[in-house]
Design a binder for this molecule. Structure first.
Ligand SMILES: C[S@@+](CC[C@H](N)C(=O)[O-])C[C@H]1O[C@@H](n2cnc3c(N)ncnc32)[C@H](O)[C@@H]1O
Length: 281
């Protein structure tokens, strides 16, 4: 069997099983199996496959058939400018979260040392991307999930930042270290009604701990805002990702906790997604 034949058969199989993006997915799976880029595969469609590779391809295809996200099957996801290891212990980094990076960089002048905290670091994609851009900054990243912290540490190592970021397995409620210039967070913010409506890929495969913000979706946003008031320096910035219907409630909570709301940014589909705020004296 050659690349062309297995790609065609794979695509038909995934389509029959109602898997979206089947064309791209089979190319990515084949590229993992034969350890070649997608471009190399497309240019060499007559290449023959070894039997062991056909078996591996079928194994990954069956995982995809069961709605396992392609990022878990491949074991990585691109975010910002880098590649991050991903497995079922961490949320798959989303392009919308790059807004947090864009907004954060505006408050981190090149060459200056600022103290940053990432709350709910998951794969570590936000803090690692930021420290790659601003290596003079000092950084701590926390997560309630030990498995997530271990993935984040591995990612930091892959990006030669293992000595630059302090990873701690702790609940934000219990964290006590002060004087941060910047706190960033993409907390779980999906409410229980929306959680039940999520695609199977997400609902049955990504960690609930990373998605669900309790019945109203505000459980962790509240914690992050309340705690940041204590952990930030005066005039320090809090930059958080929110659900697109949470803007008004979040702005109210920020005002009640003595934050000034500087900016609301929209994501790639034009939805409110990120709030930049400043801790007032
Ligand atoms: C939406 S994910 C974000 C992961 C990553 N920062 C990203 O943007 O891809 C939220 C993360 O917060 C963590 N988390 C949930 N509750 C927490 C808490 N109370 N304290 C610290 N981390 C928490 C979860 O384990 C999860 O890794």
């Amino acid at each position: 069997m050659n690349y062309n034949q297995i790609l065609r058969e794979g695509e038909i199989f995934l389509k029959k099983n109602k898997i979206n993006n089947s064309h791209l997915d089979v190319e990515l799976i084949l590229s993992k199996v034969v350890k070649r880029t997608r471009e190399e595969i497309i240019l060499n469609t007559n290449n023959k496959l070894k039997n062991t590779d056909i078996k591996k391809f079928k194994h990954y295809l069956l995982r995809r058939k069961k709605n396992e996200p392609i990022a878990y099957i491949l074991g990585y996801k691109h975010f910002w400018k880098h590649k991050f290891l991903t497995n079922k212990s961490v949320l798959i980094p989303r392009p919308d979260t790059e807004l947090v990076i864009e907004e954060s960089l505006k408050f981190l002048p090149n060459g200056k040392s600022k103290k940053i905290l990432d709350v709910g670091t998951g794969s570590g994609c936000i803090i690692i991307s930021l420290i790659k851009e601003r290596p003079k900054c000092t950084a701590t990243a926390i997560d309630i999930s030990l498995k997530a912290i271990n993935v984040a540490k591995t990612n930091a190592k892959l990006h030669q930042l293992e000595n630059k970021i302090n990873f701690i397995n702790i609940d934000i409620d219990k964290y006590k270290s002060y004087n941060y210039d910047l706190i960033i967070s993409n907390p779980p913010y999906i409410n229980s009604v929306e959680f039940n409506r999520l695609d199977d890929d997400i609902k049955f495969h990504e960690p609930k701990l990373a998605l669900s913000g309790g019945s109203d979706g505000f459980r962790d946003l509240k914690k992050v805002i309340f705690k940041s008031k204590k952990l930030l320096k005066i005039n320090g910035k809090l930059i958080i990702e929110i659900g697109h219907k949470q803007k008004n409630e979040c702005m109210k909570m920020l005002n009640e906790n003595k934050f000034y709301v500087n900016k609301l940014s929209k994501d790639l589909s034009g939805k409110d997604r990120c709030i930049v705020s400043t801790k007032l004296p």
